[in-house]
Design a protein around this ligand. Structure first.
Ligand SMILES: Cc1ncc(COP(=O)(O)O)c(C=O)c1O
Length: 381
């Protein structure tokens, strides 16, 4: 356990700090080249290769990835983008920043917290331009049904794969199932860097556009000019500075090599929770363990509390025993900034919103720690 997590006997998540990671950072610091350069390029190549995608484009964070993906597929004023309300707010915020409007769709239910493809279809209007698809908690959603809706209505699919590095469906990695897949490397993610993000795509034109948007629409980079590959540049569209730096890319490269072990450790603890909690005292453990065509990345260990249980009391009781919990998520349509955008009934989302509880989960959690969480939760209920 790291220093920052000491307040908790069992923190929600944790990071490994070791010599390999420190050496990777120090090597970049000593190299004297800190802004986007060779390590970013290597990280992009390695991550895209890991996903089986043709292109990887690294950015400052997952929110930047979503913003650029939405712009690159053509979202703008007058458009609507369908997105599940049970989600982190980044997708809705970035939809707004393109000038488009978010239209919230429902989830399947307490056993499947992923978006409901039938409700996506119901949310589509002539103004709908794109769908933002979340693989909630790292559990791949029903992409064949989503694809059918997208094809029927000519919609782009942007995957919010922030929870899903290493998750796959039918042998294809999450992030490669739509036009653009967006990843986050925030400190609590399966591949933690601190801040960082990356987009993958197989589409050459989209990749070129994403690269331009990432760096002010400039046709060459400082790194290209430093290497003598270019001496000037043009600006071909109004872009952003959403670049990733070399230190973070170096951390990302180390973490990418560790991702399979991280995900395997998470899978072990998630299975332990499921075995001990599913059906006990009216608890629902959403999804299944995966297997066959569906390989989850186990980003979150979420349970749905029995109806009528006071979640705040449960959280306080666990907190008093040093067990950190969280809620993923307060649905976006319930936030002040988004109430006006809440134009559709979302009965399944509303039914679970007050009952969701996220338990500690990371790749190095021990069975003993998982058992402590299980006992404390069952006792509290
Ligand atoms: C589902 C989801 N989408 C998007 C984001 C945004 O990523 P970031 O924090 O890297 O901007 C996050 C994480 O924070 C997330 O959990």
């Amino acid at each position: 356990m790291t220093e920052t997590q000491n307040r908790w006997r069992i923190p929600l998540t944790d990071v490994v700090v070791d010599d390999e990671l420190v050496d990777a950072v120090m090597e970049v610091v000593r190299s004297g080249w800190w802004s986007m350069g060779p390590r970013v390029e290597e990280f992009e190549r390695e991550f895209a290769g890991f996903c089986g995608a043709a292109h990887g484009i690294a950015v400052a964070n997952g929110t930047a990835a979503l913003h650029l993906a939405l712009l690159a597929v053509g979202c703008g004023p007058g458009d609507e983008v369908v997105v599940p309300s049970l989600n982190f707010v980044a997708a809705a915020n970035t939809i707004k920043h393109t000038g488009a409007e978010p239209v919230f769709c429902d989830i399947v239910g307490p056993r499947d917290l992923n978006l409901d493809p039938a409700d996506i279809e119901a949310a589509v209007t002539p103004r709908t331009k794109a769908l933002v698809v979340l693989h909630y908690g790292g559990y791949p959603c029903d992409m064949s049904a989503v694809d059918e809706v997208a094809e029927r209505h000519g919609l782009a699919i942007v995957e919010d794969a922030a929870h899903a590095p290493g998750a796959s469906l039918g042998g294809r990695m999450c992030g490669t199932l739509g036009q653009v897949g967006c990843f986050s490397f925030f400190a609590n993610k399966n591949l933690p860097v601190g801040e960082g993000g990356l987009m993958v795509t197989d589409d050459d034109e989209l990749a070129a556009r994403l690269r331009l948007l990432r760096s002010h629409g400039m046709t060459t980079l400082t790194w290209d000019r430093h290497r003598g590959h270019a001496s000037s540049y043009d600006v071909v569209l109004p872009g952003f500075n959403y670049r990733l730096d070399e230190v973070r890319a170096a951390v990302g490269l180390v973490q990418l090599r560790r991702l399979p072990d991280e995900n395997a450790g998470r899978a072990r603890i998630a299975a332990r929770y499921r075995e001990a909690l599913a059906g006990h005292d009216g608890l629902t453990v959403p999804f299944d363990e995966g297997g066959g065509a569906r390989v989850p990345s186990h980003h979150l260990a979420v349970v749905v509390l029995p109806e009528g249980v006071d979640r705040a009391e449960v959280r306080t009781a666990l907190d008093e025993q040093g067990i950190q919990t969280s809620v993923h998520y307060p649905p976006i349509h319930t936030f002040s900034a988004y109430r006006a955008d809440s134009r559709r009934p979302l009965p399944q989302t509303d039914a679970v919103a007050e009952r969701l509880l996220t338990l500690p989960l990371h790749g190095r959690m021990t069975d003993d720690q998982a058992n402590t969480v299980v006992e404390a939760l069952l006792q509290t209920l």
